[in-house]
Design a protein around this ligand. Structure first.
Ligand SMILES: [Zn+2]
Length: 50
């Protein structure tokens, strides 16, 4: 979701993925909120595991 970032999140639902992504962005990148662009990237990168 961030250039050069190897962070990945595992979650059951898109909502949880976005929450986990937001938490990661805040912890790892100091991003206090996700821009629409980032949210779209996160959604696009979601791969169903089931
Ligand atoms: Zn990251």
């Amino acid at each position: 979701m961030v250039p050069g970032c190897e962070g990945r999140v595992n979650a059951e639902t898109k909502k949880e993925v976005l929450q986990a992504a937001a938490a990661h962005a805040a912890d790892a990148h100091g991003m206090t909120e996700l821009s629409d662009e980032v949210v779209e990237k996160v959604k696009a990168s979601i791969v169903p595991t089931s």
